[in-house]
Design a protein around this ligand. Structure first.
Ligand code: PXL
Length: 286
């Protein structure tokens, strides 16, 4: 296999829900990146309150055979993205990250909670296992709730930039090279991301006006857009900025009556593929 960048997205397939794999696939494709998938479980919908409790079918027993088949064929990946896994896929995800470690960027979105709480079905034991997995991350991408849960700490109601910086430093202690804390509420009226690099101790805050409302799946969209843009050659700062622009545009585009996710589909063109196609048709190059 030759050509462009190829990533492996390892997370659940919520068949209806505009999250996890149904977000990663279109977003990475729009970035011009090949997205290979390993669904950890098939769910009828995501587990949010907008739906009935979902049908959940973990694929724990299937995953090792798929992985062995790929290993035999010598497949390689430029990046591995881990998201919502479920307890049945934690050990497998650790093994995949270990197998790929030398040549693959590992991005871990420790998807397990938001708004101060665990997602349905997860609890402190899951957070402890996720914290152990985080030592394998090049980039760790939690929201504030997940950051606190990973460290076994209460999620504060109000907090400032200093709190976020201390949280990022302690998350770096779990092992990742870079921590990107997302969707922070540390600057009044703004949604803020913090990029913290462990080696240099450097911290960059990026803020933009906070849009009203809470939306499901925005973390998954952000993670996929960030990774896609990195694969296209953006710096981390540029990639965080573009991922934020994309998610903000998708929220703005979402019909107020649409409750279970954001209608990001009309915003995919922002992610870069179109520009490349335009150039291709102008030059006639492949
Ligand atoms: O968007 C995160 C997510 C992914 N997958 C499933 C979920 C959730 C959040 O609730 O339930 C199945």
């Amino acid at each position: 296999m030759t050509g462009g960048k190829r990533v492996l997205s390892l997370q659940d397939l919520s068949c209806v829900g505009q999250c996890s794999l149904t977000a990663a696939l279109p977003v990475l494709s729009a970035c011009g990146v090949e997205c290979c998938v390993l669904p950890t479980a098939v769910l009828s919908t995501h587990t949010g309150p907008e739906f009935d409790p979902p049908e959940v079918h973990p694929l724990t027993d299937v995953l090792p055979a798929v992985w062995e088949s790929w290993r035999k064929q010598g497949f390689t990946f430029d990046a591995l993205a881990l998201g919502y896994l479920g307890t049945g896929a934690m050990d497998f995800a650790a093994r995949v990250a270990d197998d790929l470690r030398d040549s693959t960027l590992v991005l871990i979105d420790p998807a397990m909670g938001d708004n101060g709480r665990f997602y349905s079905g997860f609890g402190p034991d899951y957070a402890v296992r996720m914290a152990a997995l985080c030592q394998r991350a090049d980039i760790l991408l939690p929201n504030l709730t997940e950051g606190c849960l990973l460290l076994g700490e209460p999620v504060p109601e109000g907090y400032d930039e200093d709190f976020c910086l201390r949280l990022a430093r302690r998350l770096a202690g779990l092992g990742p090279r870079t921590v990107v804390l997302t969707g922070l509420d540390c600057v009044p009226g703004q949604a803020t991301n913090l990029i913290y690099r462990s080696e240099s101790g450097s911290a960059v805050f990026q803020s933009r006006p906070r849009l009203p409302g809470r939306f499901h799946g925005t973390g998954d969209l952000f993670a996929a857009a960030l990774l896609g843009r990195l694969m296209r050659g953006d710096t981390l700062e540029q990639a965080v900025e573009t991922a934020s622009d994309f998610v903000a545009a998708a929220i703005r585009r979402t019909d107020p009556g649409h409750s279970y996710g954001v209608q990001f589909e009309g915003c995919l063109g922002m992610l870069g593929c179109e520009k490349r196609l335009e150039k291709t048709s102008l030059t006639g190059a492949k």
